[in-house]
Design a protein around this ligand. Structure first.
Ligand code: IPD
Length: 264
């Protein structure tokens, strides 16, 4: 078995166990633990408990690997592999009881920096939707036994997804980007969980997706799903505090970059 497949199997098993814990805690009621960057940027007790479970399981299985998690930060390893983890992506959905939340786990090789790492394995588990999306570099992206494939043709315009940061000061700029892309869109979705947006692109449920200000754990796993499903993912405005990630099939990706990248 290749290293990528081995890591993908581990990511999938841990994401499923963690997803089940998140789902159970949700059914018991959600307690807000803290706010982070802004009042809208929340962390629940479950985020912390789920990240601790993931960290423990990965450490038991592969003690030499590094870890980069949304709630507990970075711990370097010695193997060259780092696990990039969002314990609950879509925390606001989770807090409101909207089922579009997920556990997102990626294994990357190299520096734990999205500009240089090579993602090897990914698992995105959405327990309240009953879906798990997985990928291993060179082995495709999968869900429920089916191989995922991005859309190629968008004759009626592209169904696009996006998201907005938690800081109200950035909303006007994000909405301006939305109005610029609407001429190529058939419609727009804002689901509230970046990893699920990317999984949706991989599964052909969205034709494209763009969002500013994502953190590494928001997109590490989802981006590999898109690439392994035949799509393209890139980041622009890397020198800005809120770089933009753009994903889609080859054609939609290129059209989004042409509209959104002012340097082009
Ligand atoms: C958030 C979600 C949301 C996106 C935000 C992310 P979190 O992740 O993915 O869809 O718009 O930018 O921060 O905070 O729920 O893990």
């Amino acid at each position: 078995m290749t290293l990528a497949l081995e890591l993908s199997e581990l990511a999938t098993a841990v994401a499923r166990e963690a997803g089940e814990l998140a789902r159970r805690r949700r059914s018991e009621g959600v307690r807000l633990a803290a706010t982070k960057s802004t009042l809208a940027d929340i962390v629940t007790d479950a985020d912390r408990e789920v990240e601790a479970l993931i960290r423990d399981r990965l450490r038991e299985a592969r003690s030499d690997d590094g870890f980069l998690g949304e709630e507990t930060g970075a711990e370097p390893g010695v193997s060259g592999i780092t696990w990039v983890v969002d314990p609950i992506d879509g925390t606001v959905n989770y807090a409101y009881g909207i089922p579009a939340y997920n556990v997102s786990i990626a294994a990357v090789r190299g520096e734990p920096d999205p500009e240089s790492w090579e993602a090897l394995a990914a698992a995105v588990d959405a327990p309240a939707l009953g879906e798990t999306f997985t990928a291993a570099r060179g082995h495709g992206a999968w869900s429920g036994g089916s191989r995922l494939q991005v859309t190629q043709e968008t004759p009626a315009g592209a169904l696009l997804g996006t998201g907005f940061g938690y800081d109200p000061a950035t909303h006007a700029g994000d909405l301006a980007a939305v109005s610029r892309v609407m001429p190529i869109a058939r419609d727009l979705r804002r689901m509230g969980a970046a990893a699920l947006d990317l999984a949706s692109v991989a599964a052909g449920r969205l034709d494209g997706y763009f969002e500013r200000g994502l953190r590494p754990w928001d997109h590490a796993a989802g981006a590999l799903l898109v690439e392994e499903a035949g799509g393209v993912v890139s980041r622009i405005d890397l020198d800005s505090p809120r770089p933009m990630l753009i994903a889609g099939g080859r054609d939609v990706h290129a059209r989004l970059v042409a509209i959104l990248d002012e340097k082009q």
